[in-house]
Design a binder for this molecule. Structure first.
Ligand SMILES: Nc1ncnc2c1ncn2[C@@H]1O[C@H](COP(=O)(O)OP(=O)(O)O)[C@@H](O)[C@H]1O
Ligand SMILES: [Mg+2]
Length: 247
């Protein structure tokens, strides 16, 4: 049996007349890539926000490795081991890729120092290894604003991995990526996660990506989870096909 990493129980949240979470129960297991699918407005992003401390549920709890994290601030939750990628523009655009990575890694490790240059800090080696891992080492000395969109996504992944997460949450990692480049991005992303032993939750609209890269898929609908299971089963479920995938 895999260990339960994140455990959500009875999560509820309402915005005015909209119930964005209406009793969400979900476990994220060690070693898995869990996909979340569902129509716009179903509450997928709201769930990620509640799991990372950006939104506090009005009822229910989120725990991580058995510890109740429902009321903790995002920074503390990241420190415990739940990171997020593709969330906000995380890069300092005028700094190089390497500097951005060093800032993230050193801030996380608490090794920032007024007496040592950023690039001389002990995290340098692991940062360069991470850039190698996602294939953007060649861009290390380029300023972040110069990065092509595809490389920017990869740097975003490396940046999240520099926080040494146990679980990485991603809201639509392939959005804005040309369909011919999605496979390449997801291949690099999922091999990097496997290599670093990081589990993941990712919201995705492309069912080919879900089928190929998710171990389990959870279907969201009007603030509720309709069904959870292996993609091969869930994606052929008639109700899911009609209401979510639209076939
Ligand atoms: N901070 C907020 N304030 C008000 N309404 C919100 C807020 N966040 C989400 N909502 C609403 O909650 C519902 C679910 O939103 P969201 O979680 O973003 O859906 P999804 O990511 O599945 O598209 C939507 O109706 C959205 O408009
Ligand atoms: Mg969303």
């Amino acid at each position: 049996m895999s260990r339960v990493l994140i455990s959500a129980r009875g999560l509820k949240i309402r915005f005015g007349g909209v119930i964005a979470a209406d009793g969400i129960d979900l476990d994220v297991l060690e070693g898995e890539n869990l996909a979340i699918i569902g129509p716009n407005g179903a509450g997928k992003t709201t769930f990620l926000n509640m799991a990372t401390g950006y939104l506090r549920p009005q009822a229910g709890t989120v725990s991580f490795l058995g510890q109740d994290i429902t009321a903790l601030p995002p920074r503390t939750i990241t420190k415990l081991g739940i990171a997020r990628a593709f969330q906000i523009p995380q890069l300092f655009l005028d700094q190089t890729v390497l500097e951005n990575m060093m800032i993230a890694a050193a801030a996380h490790a608490g090794s920032m120092s007024a007496f040592r240059h950023l690039l001389d800090l002990p995290e340098r080696k692991e940062v360069e290894d991470l850039l190698d891992l996602v294939g953007v080492r060649a861009f290390a000395n380029r300023k972040a604003f110069e990065l092509p969109e595809g490389q920017r996504k990869l740097v975003d992944i490396a940046l999240a991995l520099a926080l040494k997460p146990t679980v990485l949450l991603m809201d639509e990692p392939t959005s804005g990526v040309a369909s011919g480049e999605k496979l390449g991005l997801m291949d690099i992303l999922t091999s990097a996660l496997a290599r670093q032993k990081v589990s993941s939750v990712f919201v995705e609209h492309d069912m080919d990506m879900v089928e190929r890269y998710a171990h389990r898929v959870a279907v969201w609908s009007s603030g509720k989870i309709q069904v959870v299971g292996p993609p091969a089963e869930v994606l052929k479920n008639t109700e899911v096909r009609e209401h979510v995938i639209g076939i």
